[in-house]
Every structure is written in C-alpha cells, then in structure tokens.
Design a protein around this ligand. Structure first.
Ligand code: ADP
Ligand code: MG
Length: 686
C-alpha cells in the first residue's frame, strides 16, 4: 500500500494567552490517503478548523510533524508553503470568501494568477470550470448577484483552478439551504470519484454520514476514527458517479497523474477535474514575472476604481505638491530667462558705477559725490566708447490743474536700449538732445495716465517740472512686471535734468560702454583707480553685466530652492496621507488578503499588490499635478503677458520620479503590514 498523502504525527497547536498556554490541538496522529473522503466532526471549539488550517498550510503547528506526499512541511519556508497551497490545496469556506469586486470568472482565476498561468489559458479554464459547474450564464456576475449555492460553486471552481488535488472544505454547507447543501455534497462526491482527496469539516451528522471515513475530535484530540477501509480509498455510499477506487493513485507533487473518469462533454471542454491532471503548471521566468507585474497593476487599478473619491482625495496632497514644485521652478526659470535676456541686450561690455558700497546700501542716496564731473572725466578716457550718466530725482510735475510728485529720470540715449521699456508712441531722444540739453520728456504709462487721463495724444503737449516746461515727445511702457506703488516716471536727457531742472550735478549711476579693443578687467581697474583718486574714498562700486547676471541667477536659485523646500515638505505630508489611507485600506481588506494567501499568494505578491497601489496613487497624482502646473502656466500667460513660465522636460521627469519614490517610500510600511497578516486571523475577521 502506498504511503499516505497526508501524515500527521504528534501535531500540536497551542496559543499563548497571557500567562497561560491554551492547547487547541493536542498530539494528533492522522493519516489520510489520496482519494479519501474524510469528514472531521466535533463540537464547536473542538479544534476542527485549526486542524484544517494546519493541513492546508495556512497555519504552522507548535509541535509535531506533518508530511505531505513524503515531504516535511514543517521544514518548509513560507514560499514553499505558499506553493503547496497554490498547487495542491483548494479551500472551500463556510462563507465562500469570494472577492466582491471581481466577477465569478475573476474570482476563479486568482489561484492561476499566482501560479503564473498565461491570461488566455487562465481565462479559458476558469470559464470552462464555471460552465462545468452550471454557472456558465453567471460567469460575469459579481458575488453579490449570486445566491449562496452559486457562490459556493464559484468557490469550488476556484479550488479546482490549479488542480485542487486536496479539497479542504470547512463547514461548506453551513451557510446553505438544505437543497443547495445537498447539491454541493453531490458535487464533492463527484470530485472525489474523479480522484480528488476531500476533507470536510462539519458538525452536521448527515453530511458526515456521506463521507467514507469519519474522524471525531474533542478538545483537540482524536476521539474516534472510522479508519480507512482496506484497499486505499473506501467504497462511496453516496457517490453519484460509480466508484473506481482502483484507478486512484496518489498524485505526485509535480501533479501530472490522473484518476480521470466520468468524462462528459462538458468536462472535455473544461479539461478533466482530476487531481493535478490538467492544472496549468507553475511557471516562472522573466515573462511570467512581467505578467505578475501586469496583474498587480490591474489589481491596483481595480482597487483605485472601486474607491474613486477616496483615491482622488488621497492623491490630492501629491497633486498639489507636484503642481506647486513644477510651477515654482517654471516661474523661477522663466523670470530668470527674461532678466538674462534683458542683460544680454545691454551687451556684455558695459560697466556701471553706482554710489554706495553695494546693492541695497541704504546710505547710497545720501552720498552725493558721484557727479557729472566724474562722467566728464570718464568720457575723456580712451577706453570709454560712451558714457551715460543717470540722475534720479523726486520732483513735482504739473500740467494744467494736475500737480503731483514724479520720479524724474535724467538718462542717456542708450537707456531705452536695454529692454526695460518699450516705445508706446512718439519718439525717444538721441545724442543730439543730450548735447543741446533739449527740454523734452518721455512719459511712462503711469505718468501718461496721471497727466492725460482723458486719453488725448500727449505728443507735442507740455508738462512742467517745477517751473521748467518739457515738451512730451513720446511714451513708453515697462516691459517687465513692476511691484509696489507705481510712481509716475518722466524721462529727460540727463544734461537737461542736471543743469536745467534739478540744478544738481549729483548722479545715481554712470554707465560706461567700454571700447571694443579694451579688455573688460583692465577697463574696470582703470575706472576704479580714476574714481577712487577723484573721491579719495571707496564710496562707490562697480558692476558689469556679468556681476549683475550672477546676482540675478543666484537670487533666483535661492528663491527656487526655498520655495521648492516648502513644496517638498508638502509632498512629504502628501506621502504621509497616502500611507495613512493605505494602512486603512489594508485593515479594510484584511479578508481579501486572507483569501489571496489561502489560494496561494506569496508574501511578495501581497507586498507587490499594495506597493503597486501606493505607487499608482502617487504616480497618477504626479501626472495630474504636472498637467495642472502646465494648465496654470497657460492660464497665467493668458492673463499676464509680463509673467513668463518656463517648463522643462527635466522638471516634469523629476516630478514623475519623485512621485514614484514617494509611493514606494510611503507604500512600503502598509504593504509589509499586509503581507505579515496571519491568514487564519485574516479569514476569520468579520
Ligand atoms: P472548531 O472546531 O469550532 O473549528 P477551532 O479550531 O476554530 O474550533 O478553535 C478551537 C479552539 O481554539 C477554540 O477554543 C478557539 O477559541 C481557539 N482558538 C482558535 N484560534 C485562536 C487564537 N488565535 N488564539 C487563541 N485561541 C484560539
Ligand atoms: Mg471552525
């Protein structure tokens, strides 16, 4: 006689309960042969389910040995036990334990997904199994739309998906009406006749009576065992299909043997049910792993779709974080580009001398030593191609009855070339006007609005600065954004401003255009020497376009970093939000996890499922965030032409990668928690 398929020796399961140790199964010895139909009976709490879970590798014994087909199960690691569950056992539960979000076919397919079966083959087999069990019409119904008996048949199909050599049914009729219960028992008999080993836990004597062998348990010990009739599996009193015990053999772990019989038309379609015969074997390799990843993606999408609002709210933190980082970076880049372009238009060969010790020196306006005499001295130097002084003075300007304070800017002809202003109407003044100290004025938009509120043409009209009349020759508009109160500005030749209007020779700056044949650093040194000799003290500073560019670039970079740091914090908060919801989701789906583990999911499958879900939430959030940032950019550019946002593929890619990273980082903890759930506890959770 062949060795038993299942051999238990001294199998013990005990729980720590505070100080005490509760022994639920106490040194159980039991042999079950391939092809038997065994009923395990006993009162509630006697340890039947515990025994079943140990046989099905859902639980580990505290002591004792368990040999399955000669292999020591207690020595197996988690992955090998998962493989055993997947390839050899099929669970049927009292409460069916179908996943509510999947239709019947989807539920039946699950064990094959974890075995790595190809999608087409898997689907075909699931469909055929359902048809064989009379559920062909219901293949695309969800569990909620099926009766108890139908749901239980779906769970039988799921148990058979990978072969179901041993079917473990824990109170399978417990939740069914008597007719459905009888039908289910008939089905189990049929499967037994085809070679499946069936182990049923029941407290119903009628159900037990249909088995070929009855094992009674009380308080964790075997009270009685009707034993295995001689000749392997016994005759089958309730069998609908004629017993062919002689053909039954123990199916080896590789699962290629069969005790096939009773081949009906439907069965040839489904392949036979016989244990291990037609089960799509376990596959592995790169292609299969890619397939598993695709399954994990599909599962994640389904889960997100099932809770759309919640998924969206979870994503919101990521969306806002990513959108703000991308927008801020784009804004910083855009304004930096614009300023640099303006500088480029000045040319790289200018040096500006300003009063004070550096930018932002608050005493600068009190320093009155930078004068037109300095400008004239510079103009006499051979390295100076042109010299353009600038005077800034606060003056009262009037036209008719309008009288207001303005900023008078005495400038050179090159002033408007640098791109800060655009001509709006009329003309601007040139070198001749400087030489002749012409009393002409150019108004900015604010001055125009102040003195010509009726919109009349200002060109040719007169505006007075104090008592000096200036003829308006043109108007300009600012090219860049201006912040703060918009003081009206009136531009006039610097000679006019110094000698006719302000009556002061104090300058705010002098810009020297260096001759082409002179080296910039040499020119800088000579200007420094000249002005220092004239002033006797370092009360001025020099700027060339390079130093301006550096200042602007570094200021913009600092600002971008600062705001990005805030955005990163918001992304971190978003990530914590994702983790929080994922933890809730794991708790909510404890049962689903238990079912998946029971049908053969590895720990790594569960980790992959939840990690994929977290990454998907973050990635989707990231993509929406990037799209939102681009949308914001479009909107801003429509509304304000003076603001430019510069998007780069690099920033989008960085956002994409960081959302993936957030998903992995914050999804890991929930995923690990899910994988560590005890399947027995998970399945009994209501
Ligand atoms: P049944 O025969 O009704 O299926 P079980 O095998 O489910 O009985 O449970 C047997 C005993 O083990 C019960 O008294 C139950 O309270 C106890 N038990 C089951 N699981 C645990 C656990 N995780 N911790 C402590 N006691 C447990
Ligand atoms: Mg039980």
């Amino acid at each position: 006689m062949a060795d038993p398929l299942i051999r238990l020796r001294g199998l013990t399961r005990s729980y720590e309960a505070g100080e005490q140790r509760i022994t639920v199964l106490d040194r159980v010895d039991l042999d079950i042969r391939a092809g038997e139909m065994v009923a395990i009976v006993g009162t509630s709490g006697s340890g039947k389910s515990t025994l079943m879970n140990l046989i099905g590798c859902l639980d580990r014994p505290s002591a004792g040995s368990y040999l399955y087909a000669g292999q020591d199960v207690s020595a197996m690691d988690e992955a090998a036990r998962a493989r055993l569950r997947r390839a050899h056992f099929g669970f049927i539960f009292q409460r069916y334990q179908l996943l509510a979000d999947l239709d019947a076919t989807g539920n039946v397919e699950i064990p094959a997904i974890y075995a790595g079966a190809a999608p087409g083959a898997r689907r075909a087999r699931a469909t055929a199994l359902l048809a064989r069990l009379g559920l062909g019409e219901r293949a695309h119904h969800r569990p909620g739309a099926l009766s108890g008996g139908q749901q239980q048949r779906v769970s039988v199909a799921r148990a058979l998906m990978n072969g179901g050599e041993v079917i473990l049914a824990d109170e399978p009729t417990g939740a069914l009406d008597s007719r459905s219960g009888a039908e289910l028992m008939a089905l189990l008999h049929e499967l037994n006749a085809q070679g499946h080993t069936i182990i049923i836990v029941t407290h119903d004597p009628e159900v037990a009576a249909q088995a070929t062998r009855v094992v009674e348990i009380r308080d964790g010990r075997i009270l009685s065992d009707s034993g295995t009739p001689a000749g392997g599996a016994a005759g089958d009193p309730g069998a609908l299909v004629k017993d062919q015990a002689g053909t039954r053999r123990q199916a080896p772990l590789a699962g290629a043997e069969t005790g096939a019989n009773a081949a009906t038309a439907a069965e040839s379609e489904a392949g036979t049910f016989a244990a291990g015969a037609d089960a799509p074997g376990e596959r592995d390799g790169a292609l299969v792993r890619a397939g598993r990843l695709r399954e994990a993606l599909a599962m994640a999408l389904r889960a997100l779709n099932a809770h759309r609002l919640r998924s969206f709210l979870t994503m919101l933190g990521i969306i806002i974080g990513i959108a703000s980082v991308v927008s801020v970076v784009a804004l910083g880049q855009g304004s930096q580009q614009r300023v640099l372009e303006n500088i480029a238009s000045i040319g790289t060969n200018t040096i500006t001398i300003r009063a004070g010790t550096g930018f932002g020196d608050r005493r600068a306006s009190a320093i009155r030593t930078l004068t037109t005499a300095d400008a004239e001295a510079l103009a006499r130097e051979d390295f100076a191609a042109s010299v353009s002084p600038e005077i800034t003075a606060s003056q009262t300007a009037s036209r008719g009855r309008v009288s207001t304070s303005v900023s008078l800017r005495g400038v050179g002809p090159g002033y408007f070339d640098v791109g800060a202003y655009k001509t709006a109407s009329g003309t601007l003044f040139g070198t001749a006007a400087i030489d002749r100290r012409e009393q002409v004025a150019v108004l900015d938009a604010s001055a125009l609005g102040t003195f010509f509120p009726d919109g009349s043409d200002p060109v040719g009209q007169t505006v007075k600065i104090g008592k000096v009349p200036l003829r308006v020759i043109g108007t300009v508009t600012a090219a860049g954004a201006s912040f703060g109160p918009d003081t009206p500005k009136i531009f006039t030749p610097w000679t006019t401003a110094a000698l006719r209007v302000a009556g002061s020779t104090t300058l705010s700056s002098i810009t020297v255009r260096v001759a082409d044949d002179t080296d910039m650093s040499e020119a800088e040194a000579r200007i420094q020497g000249l002005i220092l000799a004239r002033h006797g003290t370092q009360d001025f500073f020099l700027q060339n376009s390079d130093t301006i560019r550096e200042t602007i670039t570094s200021t913009a970079a600092t600002l971008t970093w600062l705001v990005s740091a805030i955005a990163v914090i918001s992304l971190f908060v978003g990530g914590i939000g994702v983790m929080n919801i994922m933890l809730v989701s794991v708790t909510e789906r404890t049962k689903e996890i238990g079912v998946r583990v029971a049908v053969g999911a590895r720990r790594s499958d569960i980790v992959a499922q939840f990690l994929t879900e977290a990454v998907m939430v973050c990635l989707l959030g990231g993509l929406i965030g990037i799209a939102l940032a681009f949308g914001i950019g479009q909107g801003v550019e429509l509304l304000r032409s003076d603001i430019r946002m510069s998007y780069s593929a690099g920033a989008a890619l960085a956002a994409f990668l960081s959302s993936t990273l957030i998903g992995i980082t914050f999804g890991y903890l929930p995923a690990r928690r899910a994988a560590r759930l005890d399947p027995v506890v998970a399945l009994t959770r209501e």
